[in-house]
Ligand binder design. Structure first.
Ligand code: VTB
Ligand code: MG
Ligand code: MG
Length: 323
């Protein structure tokens, strides 16, 4: 993949974020998602790739756009796998809450795990804890090991996870050991990546969230030098069979970075829709301008670029077509 692709790819998340932003705080997650998906699909057409969606909005019969298996891109250029979440945190946008993103990851064909839409148990960390923890340890041990490695008191650690009933006993234990807890109402791509950004003050991501979101986070963490470990959580026979069909003979196999991202050549881009842990949201400005804040990174070089763009909205024909 040519390095120019990174800059082309960030245009895709920028447009998705710009399309979703007008739906912020309107209590309508469906339209927010649809706007982001259509914009992302439209913009991808102009990117010089022969792409196949491997993580997308669902199967062909349930998703009109960006369905799994769909061909995307200008159909010239390298053959790549594309993982998308045009709007990660539809509910966040609907409710006007923080941490909604437009996200994409691109890797040479065959190198992104085709994660089925089910829960994944996850443990994610930044570079300073990469390789030092295990998802198989009890949470108390994980926290103790993390504190030791970071030369901090346990009470000075901050752990982030989704605020869900299924995390009840996990949260109780974390309270007992005395860490700070940041609860996310949605959006565990941000949660899992946050420990890799020192300025967030977040040390660990734990708990379960969507498996597709796990692979997207893995792509980002590969570029950031962090780590995620995951384990799919099939809830019935049919889900277990889906894991087997995607090539996991043991659906409960521990998934490491290399299982999720089988290449050192992944590109990740995200644009904030609402303000978040490491990216600002879309800002509507006077004179028909809007400001976006994005991050784009390549695992190959581990360069992290923050891109602040000032868009002149009348010159965005794709956005107008969506209206
Ligand atoms: C998870 C999480 C996502 O939606 O997929 C969640 O990973 C849906 O699962 O970040 P729940 O059943 O826990 O609500 C998000 O929060 C947003 O897409
Ligand atoms: Mg989505
Ligand atoms: Mg999502």
């Amino acid at each position: 993949m040519e390095r120019e692709l990174a800059l082309e790819i960030v245009r895709v998340t920028e447009l998705a974020a710009l399309a979703a932003a007008p739906w912020m705080g309107r209590g309508d997650k469906h339209h927010a998602d649809e706007a982001a998906t259509n914009a992302m699909r439209g913009m991808l057409d102009s990117v010089s790739i022969r792409g196949t969606v491997v993580i997308g909005e669902g199967e062909m019969d349930e998703a009109p756009m960006l369905y799994i298996g769909e061909s995307v891109g200008s159909l010239q250029g390298p053959e790549v796998d594309v993982a998308v979440d045009p709007l990660e945190g539809t509910e966040l946008v609907a409710k006007g809450l923080n941490n909604a993103l437009a996200v994409i990851a691109v890797a040479p064909k065959g190198h992104l795990l085709h994660a089925p839409d089910m829960y994944m148990e996850k443990l994610a960390v930044g570079p300073s804890l990469a390789g030092k923890l295990s998802i198989d340890d009890p949470i108390r041990t994980t926290v103790e090991k993390a504190a030791l490695a970071l030369n901090k008191q346990v009470s000075d650690l901050t752990v982030i996870l989704l605020d869900r009933e299924r995390h009840g006993s996990l949260i109780r234990t974390l309270r007992e050991v005395g860490v700070r807890i940041k609860l996310l109402s949605d959006g565990d791509v941000v949660g899992a990546i946050a420990p890799a950004f020192a300025e967030t003050g977040i040390d660990l991501y734990v708990g379960s969230g969507g498996a597709p979101e796990g692979v997207l986070a893995a792509a980002a963490l590969k570029c950031l030098g962090g780590e995620i470990q995951g384990r799919l959580m099939p809830e019935n026979e049919e889900q277990a069979q889906r894991c087997i069909d995607m090539g996991l003979s043991d659906p409960r196999k521990l998934l490491r970075m290399d299982d999720m991202i089988g290449t050192g050549d992944v590109i990740f881009a995200a644009t904030g829709v609402t303000p978040g842990e490491f990216l600002s949201g879309v800002r509507m400005l006077p004179d028909q301008r809007a400001e976006t804040h994005s991050i784009v990174m390549r695992a190959k070089t581990r360069t992290i670029r923050y891109i602040k763009s000032l868009h002149y909205l009348p010159n965005k024909p794709l956005l107008a077509d969506l209206k």
